[in-house]
Design a binder for this molecule. Structure first.
Ligand code: 6PG
Length: 491
């Protein structure tokens, strides 16, 4: 038998798998592919992969036999049990040091588990975020690999050459141990939900508020795409708004207003709640999709609940559109601030040494949230890798101050119109809370102590013999309850 020539194997010939294979082939790597339905392998080789160096295989054993060691095999199959199933099938044909790479949208706790399970067997595991859809996979995705650190030197060249490049830098670097790659991809997707919701709200304000037709809104978005909002999602939204159905009507005006979701945004929101981090914008973006989904109920409500009388806009239209651009920009800054706060917290808890400048660079190109803005985030973390919050960085601090007046005017106007802006509004509420030394949690603490003797601590500077610094204090608010605090009870 001839010596194996495959640089990397790939299992799963759906759209993403096929495009990633052709991309890796273009970059000079010899790829061996396999698919459970093997006729797909033959069809792929006879059509899309015709004339390339791509090799096919009709069994897992054949796939493994065609790969140079240490074997590297990417799984691009449905996240969940299918990943474990393929790993099990691969194991008998793998040797110590071989690398299994999961490129699906797996939940990061699964990737943590899989890293430990494979390492215990002498194998290496990589859970890699892959973003950018079909187009990205074909011409350069954003790749976010994490898992067994020992795997990185062996896959680095393939991954970095296959990934998108921005200013000569690959949108791919080692993210961290165990589930760090899939974790960062999960947060990417949460941020993706937030960016999409913000754009949808901006469209709603321009369409229902200002009464602009789709074509004009598209032109506004194209203009925004030359400034601070320059990004893939703004660009495709402008294209979407320009797209006409056969009868000349904008196609978007015929799409049912019910959003789907596969769960990665929800995972981010759940993770934020578990971590106790105020990642409010992603949360609202997920809930906005949930509210959109109850269409029948909204339709019934629309018949019996009315809002304010719509008044024609009398202000300066161009000023309003400029304000909206700033509102979107400021809200985006808050969303990314929150996303990076969440990553920092999880990294602390799971002892991952995340490179935040590297993550921003990985998202700078290739992926769904790619934007010029991420270049500024990369610069902020390059200046200070341990930046507590993007709002402490000079560039973003100035940007958010500049945007603030317009941001407030937009939300105020939307409220008067009765147009919901959950993402814009929660961003501003977070901003106002974050910059407040004093928030009304004193009332919450007093209420908790009043009804349940849950105790409170004294505000520094207000200590006295009854209110001692650092102590858990319970006050008998009514003169009726006892003096026993809830926390002092033990069964
Ligand atoms: C990407 C995307 C992708 C995601 C879709 C759909 O980075 O290429 O994040 O991974 O699956 O955007 O997600 P929803 O169905 O949850 O909207």
């Amino acid at each position: 038998m001839s010596a194996p020539t495959g640089d990397i194997g790939l299992i799963g010939l759906a759209v993403m798998g096929q495009n990633l294979i052709l991309n890796m082939n273009d970059k000079g790597f010899n790829v061996v592919c396999y698919n459970r339905t093997t006729s797909k392998v033959d069809a792929f080789l006879a059509n899309e992969a015709k004339g390339t160096k791509v090799q096919g295989s009709h069994s897992i054993q054949e796939l493994c036999s065609k790969l140079k060691t240490p074997r590297k095999i990417i799984l691009l199959v449905k996240a969940g049990p299918a990943v474990d199933d393929f790993i099990k099938q691969l194991e008998p044909y793998l040797e110590k040091g071989d690398i299994v790479i999961d490129g699906g949208n797996s939940h990061y706790p699964d990737s943590i588990r899989r890293t430990h399970e494979l390492e215990a067997k002498g194998l290496l595991f990589v859970g890699s975020g892959v973003s950018g859809g079909e187009e990205g996979a074909r011409h350069g995705p954003s790749l976010m690999p994490g898992g067994s650190p020992a795997a990185w030197p062996s896959i680095k060249e393939i991954f970095q050459k296959t990934a998108a490049q921005v200013n000569g830098e690959p949108c791919c670097d080692w993210v961290g141990e165990t589930g760090a790659g899939h974790y960062v991809k999960m947060v990417h997707n949460g941020i993706e939900y937030g960016d999409m919701q913000l754009i949808a709200e901006a469209y709603d304000i321009l369409h229902r508020g200002l009464g602009l037709p789709e074509d004009e809104i598209a032109d506004i978005f194209y203009k925004w795409n030359t400034g601070v909002l320059d990004s893939f999602l703004i660009d495709i939204t402008a294209n979407i708004l320009k797209f006409k159905d056969d009868d000349g009507e904008p196609l978007v005006s015929k799409i049912l207003d019910q959003a789907g979701q596969k769960g990665t945004g929800k995972w981010t929101a759940i993770n934020a709640l578990d971590a106790g981090m105020p990642v409010t914008l992603i949360g609202e973006a997920v809930f906005a999709r949930c509210l959109s989904a109850i269409k029948a109920e909204r339709t019934r409500a629309s018949k019996v609940i009315s809002g304010p009388q719509k008044e024609a806009f009398r202000g300066d239209k161009q000023q309003f559109i400029d304000d909206l651009e700033q509102a979107l920009y400021a809200s985006k800054i808050i969303s990314y601030t929150q996303g990076f706060m969440l990553m920092r917290e999880t990294a602390k808890e799971l002892k991952w040494n995340l490179n935040y400048a590297g993550i921003a660079q990985m998202w700078r190109g290739g992926c769904i949230i790619k934007s010029v803005f991420l270049g500024d985030i990369t610069a902020a973390y390059q200046k200070n890798g341990q930046l507590e919050s993007l709002l402490f960085d000079d560039f973003f601090n100035k940007a958010v101050h500049k945007a603030q007046p317009g941001w407030r005017r937009i939300i105020a106007q939307a409220v008067l119109w009765g147009i919901p802006t959950p993402a814009f509004s929660t961003a501003l509420a977070f901003f106002d809370g974050y910059r407040s030394e004093i928030v009304p949690a004193n009332i919450l603490q007093a209420q908790r102590d009043y009804f349940g003797a849950h105790t409170f601590k004294v505000l520094p500077g207000k200590e006295n013999p009854r209110l001692k610094a650092g102590e858990d204090i319970h006050v008998n608010w009514t003169g009726r309850g006892g003096n026993v605090s809830a926390s002092s009870y033990s069964a």
